[in-house]
Design a protein. Sequence first.
Length: 242
Amino acid sequence: MRRRDALRTLLLGMSGWGLLRPLLARAGGVPRPVRAVDACWVTPEEDEGPYYLDAMPERSDIRESRDGVPLTLLMTVIDSECRPTPGVMVDVWQCDKDGVYSGITLPGHDPQVGQTFLRGTQTTDAQGRVQFLSIYPGWYTNRATHVHFKARTPEVLYKTSQFCFPEDVNDAVYASPLYSRRGPNPTSNTTDGVFGSPAPQYLTLALTGDPASGYTGTITIGLDAATGSGRDTWGRVKTHYR
């Protein structure tokens, strides 16, 4: 068996987490800057946004008191040699069903300074995996529905990026009772300043489930360095999206 085939079999067999997902490779007709490495890939670097907080609670259940359609996030980190990568801290942060972030004050919303809902950190296990219990995020003006994440150690920042959600699932969730007051998100993945595609390559969460019972989402974070190399990712100048 060729190395590529062996790696593909290994990765696909890891507890059904779906590491390898073929997705559309273009954003607005122009290929995104993604480098494939054998059976794995490099996740595109995207903007951190203004809502990151350094003090992320170390926990799997990030919901606190926030209502919403349940969302279980299964995330796997692999390095540039296609190896599942243990010991990497994964931060996630997102808005609630009404488009509000904890820890900050947004115009038109109650202050959330001191709050930590929908923020958390987990460290990858021996198979490079973390799990978060969350809710399906809402939306806010000029952004597609998304979740922010970082992959790092205390010494090295490997990756900062965001992932989006399939449009048909967004529509189904936003028509459900908990979300219907605000209605559908007027900003699509295609028109979003970060994603720019209906299904941006390696930045779209794969989902199973429904609005009544909740969803399970899987995504793989591909690092563009061998594990522990200390090499910074991409290093490009980033514009400041939210």
